[in-house]
Design a binder for this molecule. Structure first.
Ligand SMILES: [Zn+2]
Length: 261
């Protein structure tokens, strides 16, 4: 007997949870008998609905969520699915409005219950399940012979949003991959103006040197390299105090823009 994933899935696959049969997010089909495997007991069926209800006291929705299948995945053999699809198509042709209404209703129901979360099946399909990502990160590290940076990961199609949704952040991802993060906590602190008042001042001075003027309020809002007004106020009480510390002069009571050479 050779079982194949009924829907496209990318290696490596994670085993089903709770000592279940098969893999998480994968519906296995026995091509020879055209039956799908129940993740809970490992038996094979043409249609699983009644089996889930009678034997496991659960329903298709709960089952799909638990084993990471898409809510819209049909828990039945290919033959059964095709027959049903044909019947539905015929029904739709005979009742044009009704079928569309039902499909919209079903879709909104799916979204409501799962809270728009992607199932493991969808994640597998795109090759971004946690195990697959960690494997990619480790492979990249082997190639580079060091921990890859966030930018290098991005260049290899592991974007920051993917890391964020899967691991919380870059550091967690690197640690889970068993690698050492490229910067330790202290070094990060030193670099981040969020936690370093001296760096805030230095960034403003650097800006002045680079642009030959003091930053304007819009520069603080726009330039990613400058600390924000709230951050400055937190450390120095007010932005006014920052100017005083940096020795900015007033002209007629207003903060001046004395050109520097
Ligand atoms: Zn079963």
């Amino acid at each position: 007997m050779k079982a194949i994933p009924l829907y496209e899935a990318k290696e490596p696959l994670a085993p089903a949870i709770d000592n279940g049969y098969g893999y998480q997010g994968v519906l296995l089909l026995d091509a020879k008998t055209d039956k799908v495997q129940c993740h809970i007991c490992g038996d094979w069926f043409s249609v699983m609905g009644s089996h889930l209800k009678n034997k496991h006291k659960t329903n298709a929705r709960k089952y799909k969520i638990k084993y990471g299948l898409r809510i819209r995945t049909a828990l039945c053999s290919e033959k059964f699915r095709v027959t049903t699809a044909k019947r539905q198509k015929k029904f739709a042709q005979e009742n044009p409005g009704e079928m569309k209404r039902r499909s919209i209703e079903a879709r909104s129901r799916c979204k409501k219950k799962t809270g728009y979360r992607r199932s493991m099946e969808t994640i597998n399909k795109h090759g971004v399940c946690p195990e697959q990502l960690l494997l990619k990160i480790r492979k990249l590290a082997q190639k580079l012979k060091r921990t890859p940076t966030c930018r290098e990961l991005q260049a290899n199609k592991i974007s920051p949003p993917v890391l964020y949704f899967t691991f919380g952040n870059y550091r967690n991802a690197i640690q889970q991959a068993g690698l050492t993060p490229r910067m330790t906590g202290d070094r990060l602190k030193e670099l981040s103006y969020q936690t370093n008042p001296d760096l805030c001042l230095k960034l403003i001075q650097d800006f002045r040197k680079r642009n030959k003027r003091w930053p304007l309020p819009s520069d603080f809002r726009r330039t990613q390299l400058l600390p924000s007004y709230p951050t400055l106020s937190k450390y120095f009480g007010s932005v006014r105090n920052v100017w005083k510390i940096l020795g900015r002069k007033t002209i007629n009571g207003r903060w001046g823009q004395v050109a520097i050479k």
